[in-house]
Design a protein around this ligand. Structure first.
Ligand code: SF4
Ligand code: SF4
Length: 366
């Protein structure tokens, strides 16, 4: 079975500024090609694309294909809920939005220290156990964005979960901030199946600086950079599903054909490429956009960071990024408008010092 799961988050848009403006005609083609090539697993969440992701699942998948043709995973936005009863209301809304009667996998979304406290307060794991007993969720678990120590604690308290969804890619594998390798090892020790998110790190690993790309091209000239990242994650023994946030039919085809396991020597080359990338990327933002909706100053955090990374790579072309910045700053708050409330930093899965980086952005572009 192909391990590549289809993440319904980075879908093509008709309007780049509007996350809900999904280009359904392209997504339908992507879904068709994905199923044709042997993919079966689709992943969405209540909060993705302001709710448009779940509706997209209904329109592009569940209304067009029989239930036995695919597996569907969805996630409870536990941190938004203020009572146990709300879990059921939210779940029923998700079934309706997606156009299904049950989910194959149902996860508590985005557990970290803060969200785990909310989750325990409202007994959300009990809710998941009930769903499983009712057959409304065939398997249960959680997606996770914190360190190995907390993961150990959660899995010890909740041996009932089937899956843990982790951010794993070759850049974060030995990252001191994200500790992907240690989180994976904790999940394996507890006998859990692992779902990987961000194998291409929000697209960061699909386009590498020339020196890093040359290292990989020398070994496999025909392979895309994304294919290397996908092979890294899917080669891990206990990974059952590796989610890919695909935006074009070509990316679907590339990701589904790229599953030959990595050799030990290739793994070493990727570790060297990761060192190069860490040295070259000024702000390792994945453009997940978990930060910006909480910003009281409406600062376009991921867009500004992308511009700053371009500027850091090609300072001679900084004027182009400067124009793009000024254009964005007419609609969104400027980087210098940050009031350091740190609401964004609490939500950043990459644990970036966003407020410090915004100072660099302001210095470069204002
Ligand atoms: S710290 Fe700055 S960027 Fe972050 S949420 Fe507050 S105002 Fe927005
Ligand atoms: S700053 Fe953090 S939360 Fe915001 S888009 Fe980048 S990685 Fe995501």
């Amino acid at each position: 079975m192909n391990k590549t799961g289809f993440g319904f988050l980075r879908l093509p848009r008709l309007n780049a500024e509007d996350e809900t403006s999904i280009d359904f005609s392209v997504v339908e083609q992507m879904v068709d090609r994905y199923l044709e090539l042997g993919g079966t697993y689709f992943d969405t969440a209540y909060t993705y694309l302001g709710g448009a992701s779940e509706k997209g699942i209904r329109r592009c998948l569940t209304q067009r294909y029989p239930r036995e043709r695919y597996r569907l995973a969805d996630k409870l936005p536990g941190w938004k809920l203020t009572s146990y009863e709300q879990c059921r209301e939210c779940f029923n809304e998700q079934l309706e939005r997606c156009g299904v009667e049950w989910f194959d996998v149902y996860l508590i979304h985005w557990l970290n220290a803060d969200n785990y406290a909310v989750c325990e307060k409202h007994d959300q794991f009990r809710f998941l156990r009930e769903l499983k007993a009712e057959g409304k969720a065939k398997a249960i678990g959680f997606s996770y964005h914190d360190g190995p120590e907390l993961l150990e604690e959660i899995l010890t308290r909740h041996p009932e979960v089937d899956y843990v969804q982790l951010q794993i890619n070759y850049l974060d594998w030995d990252s001191p901030a994200l500790q992907a390798r240690r989180c994976y090892e904790v999940a394996v020790k507890h006998g859990k199946k692992v779902i990987v998110m961000e194998p291409v790190k929000g697209g960061t690993l699909a386009q590498l600086p020339p020196e890093a790309e040359a290292c990989l091209r020398a070994l496999r000239p025909a392979d895309s950079m994304a294919a290397w990242a996908v092979r890294f994650a899917s080669s891990l023994e206990h990974v059952e599903v590796m989610l890919s946030g695909m935006s074009t039919v070509e990316q679907v085809e590339d990701n589904l054909r790229s599953l030959e396991p990595l050799s030990d020597s290739e793994r070493e080359v990727l570790a060297g490429v990761a060192d190069l990338l860490r040295a070259e990327t000024a702000i390792p933002c994945t453009a997940c956009n978990y930060c910006a909706p909480n910003c009281p100053m409406k600062i376009a955090i991921p867009q500004y960071f992308a511009l700053y990374n371009d500027y850091a790579r090609k300072p001679a072309e900084g004027w182009k990024m400067g124009h793009a910045y000024q254009s964005l700053a007419r609609t969104f708050g400027k980087a210098s408008a940050c009031i350091t409330c740190r609401a964004c930093e609490r939500n950043c899965p990459q644990k970036l010092p966003i407020t410090d980086h915004l100072k660099s952005v302001a210095k470069a572009f204002e």
